[in-house]
Design a protein around this ligand. Structure first.
Ligand code: HEM
Length: 138
């Protein structure tokens, strides 16, 4: 159940973190393990997006788009798209879970909500429109 960047095949012996891997082995970075390492992210299972406000996520400690030469080509586009869509959606609606939180499921290289991610949207109350200016009599 670990979402990971794509595997890498070693073309020659390589040393990583004190371990030497021979040529011809497949290595997979454990993004899930990195993202839930309390030494990097204190209280790692808490949903606290504000933890990223003070410092940009690290190249080697935030791996949703993989890393190195084969890092996701669409990463900037995907983040920009999320900014636009989430900003538009959360400006109009509040978002809450439709039911109890289910265990996440693996979907290819990522995880998705166990119930498919059903949410309840409630329209935000619009601020009252300003009174129309009185039309001056001719
Ligand atoms: C939230 C959205 C996305 C996520 C989480 C994501 C994640 C990833 C990951 C983990 C990899 C493997 C990177 C590695 O092995 O180091 C990858 C590769 C790739 N992604 Fe994405 N991706 C996203 C959106 C997109 C979009 C929108 C595009 C194109 C417009 C795209 C194009 C690619 C391509 C072409 C590769 C292969 C790069 C290569 O092998 O050199 N991705 N992506």
């Amino acid at each position: 159940m670990l979402p990971n960047p794509e595997p890498r095949l070693t073309m020659r012996p390589v040393e990583i973190g004190g371990w030497t891997y021979p040529e011809g082995v497949t290595l997979i970075a454990g993004a899930q393990l990195v993202h839930h390492d309390p030494a990097i992210y204190p209280d790692p299972y808490a949903f606290r997006p504000e933890r990223f406000l003070d410092a940009k996520p690290g190249t080697y400690t935030w791996l949703p788009f993989g890393g190195g030469r084969r890092r996701c080509l669409g990463a900037s586009f995907a983040v920009q798209e999320m900014r636009v869509v989430l900003r538009a959606a959360t400006a109009r609606f509040t978002v809450g879970p439709a039911g109890p939180v289910r265990r996440p499921r693996r979907r290819m290289i990522t995880l998705t909500p166990g119930d498919g991610g059903t949410v309840v949207l409630a329209r935000r109350v619009a601020a009252p429109a300003a009174e129309p200016a009185a039309v001056a009599a001719a």
